[in-house]
Write a protein that binds this ligand. Structure first.
Ligand code: UDP
Length: 501
């Protein structure tokens, strides 16, 4: 590329937050920008880069202008072992203390990253919403800051109105239902399903304040969602809440179209042998007969809950793939799961994957008929994109809102009956979901009743819409092109302004 061309080319820097649910969609989005002619730099740490570098190299070798700029994570300074740079890899990863260490590490990187920004002189910063100080970095460079958070419009709207109007205050109990104000549908929830820092003010409330403030001071937001899925909420977000946004999802389907590396997306190791074995197992199953059970990248369930899931799946009689990420505290109870694995291998009914699954490959396979999900937005959207209905089992963060979207608005979700918003390491036996509830939800999801069939048909329609929206002329496609054009105009105006000075 000659220097004239590189000066004219739009340069966008992406700064992801180190957890798979945040990084994976941002890297997919960065790759889409590059595929649309933008010069892209992704700033991240060594261990995190190793989970996606192969795709970046491949895009670069195909002629796209994309690279990773590495920065050293201060692991030892924040009290983490060397190489632990992602929430997923931290023991007790979702405990407030450990999350605090990762966040502290990211904060310590502010100065070196700002030096990088100065060197790179980008035209725009796309940053995770969890890195609020970038709003000042962008202001120093007089460039737009776009924040990125891969979740639904629905959850963003619901969260906004709950924080604003506090409909959960002054209820007689934690389980009493309240209606979320200002939403286009009647959506009911209980206090227990809200995040603890929304229920009552605590240290985390203060942690989120600068994040919300930085959003209000940003140029806008990129949303991993699509118009056809939640246009009502896209509208509320843009009008009532006044947020400038571009819906460019589903980014995983778009960025990984025809990519054979999608099997190990977001993960360093790739085990070709294991992947082949899994695909052979899936190939041996009838279409839409397998339930895929996964709770995202962070959740580790306690032993008693794992036992209930195992029995529930067996009881349901359906084929299943279950991704098990063991709670580290229960190492001496592994015997039960190993026996279970042996048993379901023998009956050929189930397939256990330890720790990390090639999720996109499994969801894409015709044998997969539904998913049990914690309603993390990426998993939710990845399932919607391939037209799969879901058993909803929210655990923490905004997942209970996503459950309501799936069950009440889109009507493609069967709730398993989760009652309390809690991090996995604080689960209690009282909040446990029982085997009967799991088996019952599986029966509704994959059964032959009229309602079940209609739900599956609805899910397929959303899958079709997801495919269309990312094709040339589709909503998400057009939004991405428009956003890039707008950023180019801003670059031009800035250059003219500088010339005039
Ligand atoms: N993921 C995966 N394999 C796994 C677990 C997760 O590929 O075994 C990917 C999944 O496809 C999704 C992301 O990791 O893209 C998880 O994000 P999500 O929002 O679903 O949940 P979180 O991990 O943030 O709770």
């Amino acid at each position: 590329m000659d220097s004239q061309q590189s000066n004219n080319q739009l340069h966008v820097v992406f700064l992801p937050y180190p957890t798979p649910g945040h990084m994976i969609p941002m890297v997919d989005t960065a790759r889409l920008f590059a595929k649309h002619g933008v010069n892209v730099t992704i700033i991240t740490t060594h261990a995190n880069a190793s989970t996606f570098q192969e795709s970046i190299d491949s895009d670069f070798n195909s002629g796209y202008s994309i690279k990773t700029q590495l920065i050293q994570f201060p692991s030892s300074q924040v009290g983490l072992p060397d190489g632990i740079e992602n929430v997923k890899d931290v023991k007790d990863g979702t405990s407030p203390e450990m999350l605090g260490k990762i966040s502290h590490g990211m904060l310590m990187l502010r100065d070196p990253i700002e030096v990088m920004f100065q060197d790179l002189q980008p035209d725009c910063i796309v940053t995770d919403m969890m890195i609020p100080w970038t709003v000042e970095s962008a202001a120093k460079l007089s460039i737009p800051r776009l924040y990125y958070y891969s979740s639904s419009y629905f959850s963003n709207c619901a969260c906004y109105f709950v924080r604003k109007y506090r409909p959960h205050d002054h209820l007689v109990s934690d389980t009493q239902k309240f209606t979320i104000p200002c939403l286009p549908h009647t959506i009911e929830m209980s206090r227990l399903q809200l995040r603890d820092w929304v229920r009552t003010t605590n240290a985390a409330t203060a942690y989120f304040e600068p994040i919300f403030e930085s959003e209000a001071r940003s140029y806008g937001t990129i949303c991993n969602s699509f118009h056809e899925l939640e246009s009502d909420y896209e509208k509320v977000s843009k009008t009532t809440m006044g947020i400038k946004s571009w819906s460019v999802g589903p980014v995983s389907t778009w960025a990984n179209k025809g990519d054979e590396r999608k099997g190990n997306r977001g993960h360093v190791e790739k085990n070709v042998e294991k992947e082949r074995e899994l695909l052979n197992w899936l190939n041996s199953k009838q279409n839409e007969s397998v339930l895929y059970v996964s709770f995202g990248s962070l959740t580790k369930l306690f032993h008693a809950q794992l036992v209930e899931i195992a029995h529930g799946l067996e009881k349901s009689g359906h084929n299943f793939i279950w991704v098990v990420r063991k709670n580290d505290r229960d190492e001496n109870e592994e015997g039960f799961l190993q026996d279970f694995e042996e048993r379901v291998k023998e009956s050929n009914k189930g397939y256990i994957i330890w720790n990390w699954a090639p999720q996109l490959l499994i969801l894409d396979h015709p044998a997969t008929g539904g998913i049990v999900t914690h309603c993390g937005w990426n998993s939710t959207l990845e399932s919607i994109s391939v037209g799969l209905p879901m058993i909803t089992w929210p655990m923490f963060a905004e997942q209970f809102y996503n459950e309501r979207l799936l069950v009440d608005v889109l009507k493609i979700g069967v709730p398993v009956g989760a009652k309390e918003n809690k991090l996995w390491n604080s689960f209690t036996v009282e909040a446990m979901v029982r085997r009967e509830e799991i088996a019952k939800a599986a029966e509704i999801l994959l059964g032959n009743g009229q309602d079940s069939k209609e739900m599956r048909t609805r899910a397929k329609k959303f899958g079709d819409a997801a495919k269309r929206t990312i094709e040339e002329g589709g909503h998400s496609y057009n939004n991405l092109v428009q956003l890039i054009d707008e950023l180019k105009s801003l670059k031009k105006s800035k250059a003219l302004g500088e010339k005039a000075d």
